[in-house]
Design a protein around this ligand. Structure first.
Ligand code: AMP
Length: 209
């Protein structure tokens, strides 16, 4: 059974690594950011309530995030394990998660702050298949178009420079205290998340065991 959390600042590469690892382990990749973006796109009441917070780079209120996550964790495929990417983001969420399940490992992605900014502002995503590119370090073969399905790539609204500073500050003040929370519980496995995705993937797999 693998019950895994990926912890790290925005732009650390959690989503890219999560997609690969979850597939290799046969467990669902649960990204609260993806779940929230889907709710926004579908114009659900929850999506409407979350949208402004996301656009500004702030955390969405805990009650909304917990609602969307609980619904997803209750589905059959999550009973054999899961990989949480982007949750928990503060102490209240970590405590709520502890009341629901027992974790096996928390992988902490370590990246110097100066590397994060260009990763975030250069990020482009495929709205069809969720593939992630970077216009500088991981460009698609045809500029602005997805390698897999040719869809025009988009920039997330919260990857614009106005929101990126807020997201990094929110990570520092609200999320980074979780490093200590999970160290105390003996769950934290820090990894060097610099370098190309394949090299980072080797470290991630070693950390998960
Ligand atoms: P991400 O894709 O993980 O970078 O998340 C994008 C945005 O969704 C964040 O900047 C928050 O506004 C919101 N979000 C995602 N996960 C959470 C969470 N666990 N708690 C609060 N807000 C979240």
């Amino acid at each position: 059974m693998h019950r895994i959390v990926f912890l790290g600042p925005p732009g650390a590469g959690k989503g890219t690594q999560a997609a690969t690892l979850a597939q290799a382990l046969g467990i669902p990749h649960l990204s609260t950011g993806d779940l929230l973006r889907a709710a926004v796109a579908a114009h659900t009441p929850l999506g409407l309530a979350a949208e402004e917070h996301m656009r500004a780079g702030r955390l969405v209120p805990d009650s909304l995030v917990l609602e969307i996550l609980e619904e997803r964790l209750a589905r059959d495929d999550a009973t054999r394990g899961f990989l949480l990417d982007g949750f928990p983001r503060n102490l209240a969420q970590a405590e709520a998660l502890d009341r629901k399940t027992t974790l096996d490992v928390v992988v902490a992605f370590e990246v110097p702050t100066e590397v994060l900014l260009p990763r975030l502002t250069g990020r482009r995503t495929c709205p069809t298949c969720r593939a992630v590119y970077n216009i500088v370090t991981q460009p698609p073969r045809v500029p602005d178009h997805c390698d897999h399905d040719g869809t025009l790539l988009v920039q997330r609204p919260d990857d614009r420079p106005e929101a990126v500073g807020t997201r990094l500050e929110v990570y520092r003040s609200e999320t980074s205290p979780l490093l200590r929370y999970y160290t105390v519980r003996g769950l934290l496995r820090p990894i060097d998340a610099t370098g190309d995705p394949a090299a980072v993937g080797v470290r991630v797999r070693a950390a998960v065991g």
